[in-house]
Design a protein around this ligand. Structure first.
Ligand code: BTN
Length: 327
């Protein structure tokens, strides 16, 4: 068998023995009509990916699944229909957003996902870096082709934040907040960020790349000094290690559900939930837009994801900016 055939065989065997029962090797050779050496190579490959097996009485059973971001493990049992039909996983890349963008340019379908275990040039908003160490977080980009007008697109970041907040709530108990426009906070510290990049002309969206970085199993020592005080992870907050593959699958499914409801903007039911999670509403805030500074009370959100603030000049709708909350 060539390496590609061994890879295929290993995926089939894995799915066959997922129930944890003991399978005699001759049953596997008969089922897959191959040599014993092929079965052995397939198991070796799976062991290299981190799967653990129990070998006893001439048979083999699946003992544990690794927390490794492998495409066939993420695809297994993935409940989404559109998101992840095309899925690419990497050990290390510069930035998943760049790869997703290249895939969009070369004709990949909407919902294509790029995931990496590590990024060497992870990008944040406003030219910042996104710290992306291996084995700890999840760094992914989803390519979308929304049918809405370019001006309706900014709300996509906030529905991503909603899907993230709900996914986090599915795994741990914590004080989860969405800090408009693109952060998710746990107990007041940042655990996830979203970088949405829009490729469009005046009237039509070509595609959108939604890049999301989530601090999952980071410990305090994993954050560089300059962001340590402001950052957290699901693990720090809950003292539990979270399976990143399970997290990813849940997030992809929930984000797809939100996205399919997103037409001319955020669905009213989603907007209600976004308000419930909001860190800003009711607070006195200052917004920085380049050189411009606007202060006021955060009042509400529009269906396109803009923040409405109120100050002495009246109500103002804001589409983007860097927010600080008055003490
Ligand atoms: C921010 O909070 O400033 C946004 C951070 C976005 C980081 C993610 S990680 C996956 C994707 N690839 C990148 O280079 N950036 C985004």
């Amino acid at each position: 068998m060539n390496p590609e055939q061994v890879q295929k065989l290993s995926e089939s065997i894995l799915n066959y023995i997922r129930d944890g029962k003991n399978y005699p090797l001759e049953i596997l050779t008969a089922k897959y009509k191959c040599e014993l050496s092929d079965i052995v190579s397939a198991f070796k490959l799976l062991e290299n990916f981190g799967y653990k097996f129990k070998k006893e009485k001439g048979g083999i059973s699946l003992n544990s699944i690794p927390d490794t971001l492998i495409d066939f493990e993420i695809k297994h049992g993935l409940k989404s229909k559109l998101f992840g039909r095309e899925l690419h996983t990497y050990k290390s890349v510069q930035s998943t957003n760049d790869i997703a963008s290249r895939l969009a340019e070369s004709g990949s379908p909407e919902g294509t996902i790029v995931i990496s275990d590590r990024q060497t040039k992870g990008r944040g908003r406003l030219g910042r870096k996104w710290h992306s160490p291996p084995d700890k977080g999840v760094y992914l980009s989803i390519m979308l082709k929304p049918k809405c007008k370019p001006e309706h697109a900014p709300g996509i970041s906030i529905i991503t934040a909603l899907a993230l907040a709900e996914t986090i709530g599915f795994f741990i108990e914590a004080d989860i907040k969405i800090k408009w426009p693109n952060d998710v906070l746990l107990n007041g510290k940042k655990t996830a960020g979203i970088l949405t990049e829009l490729f469009a002309d005046k009237n039509k969206i070509d595609y959108v790349i939604v890049g999301t970085g989530i601090n999952i199993n980071h410990e305090r020592k994993d954050f560089p000094e300059d962001i340590k005080a402001l950052s957290t992870s699901l693990r720090i907050s809950s003292r539990k290690k979270i399976n990143r593959v399970a997290f990813l699958k849940e997030f992809i499914y929930r984000f797809e559900k939100e996205y399919l409801k997103y037409k001319k903007g955020i669905a009213p039911s989603s907007l209600k939930k976004i308000k419930k999670y909001s860190y800003l509403l009711g607070k006195e805030i200052t917004l920085l837009q380049g050189e411009k500074k606007i202060s006021g009370t955060a009042l509400d959100f529009t269906r396109t994801g803009a923040l409405i603030i109120k100050n002495e000049t009246g109500k103002i709708e804001i589409n983007s900016g860097e927010v600080t909350v008055a003490k």
